[in-house]
Design a protein around this ligand. Structure first.
Ligand SMILES: [Zn+2]
Ligand SMILES: [Zn+2]
Length: 325
């Protein structure tokens, strides 16, 4: 049986930080039918299909048949799942969060670092470090003395007399770069730069030397359930980590407004933008009719017959539906 994909596209006429305005009437709409492998491209404000990529257009996605179905792959820019267009079984517009997901609120990106709903061992991403520091001294305190809980380690590209630093001196450097703010539900750790001031190499969160784990970034973890997300964009002052506990409430509101639990200060973020709730052991992300959307990055995604799939790519919104024709 032959299958056809219907692609409805909307392109926001303004080109602003790859945003799509979900409230704007100034959009260019198109409907296309797809039956074979195709590139979805944008020429000016128009979404079209091509057999190959030209140089005058922006490649948005590649649609490729895969067995009896179709897959959608990103091209030059990332593809984002649109949370407000998702439907779960109870037809809520919601997305179940997974570790390492990249989320976008307006233009501000976060990576999900930790989702913890049951007590378990700390999963720390430690940097493995070889220790052979005979005759070396610490670049901060200049001492050669080491203790079992305070070895000299090399954790960046600095060399020579600048190579080694005590674990405790490193912790002090990291702590000095960080500010901590506390409110009822969130602990916010922010920093302008978390890297070596000499070589620019980012500091590790933890190091493992001679089989022993040393935490460098000491963040205070609340009681379960909680989640940790880390800012990954460079917009505004949104650098750092947010640790949010859902022990005493069902959900937290994310947004630019003072009444949100987790504040994201960027003009592209709505005052009450999105909600994260904890329900039946899962962390669920919901959009709150935000102007510029709540998005989750996807690498490749398979079309499910008769289900809508809404993806944003830059200022274009692409809605796919696979049908037997
Ligand atoms: Zn030292
Ligand atoms: Zn360095």
């Amino acid at each position: 049986m032959k299958k056809t994909i219907t692609l409805k596209s909307k392109t926001w006429k303004r080109d602003s930080h790859g945003l799509f305005d979900y409230e704007s009437k100034e959009t260019q709409k198109h409907k296309l039918m797809i039956q074979e492998n195709s590139y979805v491209i944008r020429k000016n404000d128009t979404v079209e299909l091509e057999k190959s990529l030209g140089s005058t257009s922006t490649g948005l996605a590649y649609i490729v048949s895969s067995g009896s179905s179709y897959k959608i792959l990103p091209l030059s820019e990332p593809l984002w799942k649109v949370v407000r267009d998702l439907k779960d079984e109870s037809s809520n517009k919601a997305y179940i969060l997974k570790q390492n997901d990249t989320l976008k609120f307006g233009r501000v990106k976060y990576v999900v670092k930790e989702l913890r709903s049951s007590p378990s061992e700390d999963m720390v991403n430690a940097k493995e470090i070889e220790v052979d520091t005979e005759g070396s001294s610490c670049k901060i305190c200049l001492s050669e003395v080491t203790e079992p809980d305070n070895p000299l380690v090399s954790c960046c590209h600095c060399a020579g007399t600048m190579k080694y630093i005590h674990v405790q001196c490193l912790r002090m450097c990291v702590a000095a770069l960080m500010t901590v703010k506390n409110n009822e539900k969130c602990i916010t750790y922010t920093w302008k730069s978390m890297s070596c001031s000499l070589c620019g190499e980012p500091f590790p969160n933890a190091v493992r030397a001679n089989g022993t784990l040393y935490h460098i970034l000491s963040v205070q973890r609340p009681e379960i359930p909680y989640f940790i997300i880390e800012a990954s964009s460079t917009h505004g002052n949104n650098r750092g980590m947010q640790i949010v506990s859902l022990k005493n409430s069902e959900s937290v509101m994310l947004g630019r407004g003072h009444d949100s639990d987790m504040r994201i200060s960027d003009i592209s973020v709505s005052r009450l933008h999105a909600r994260i709730k904890f329900h039946q052991g899962q962390f669920i992300l919901e959009d709150h009719n935000s102007k510029f959307g709540t998005l989750v990055q996807v690498n490749e995604i398979e079309l499910v017959p008769n289900e809508h799939l809404a993806l944003q790519c830059g200022r274009s919104l692409l809605t796919f539906k696979l049908k037997n024709s």
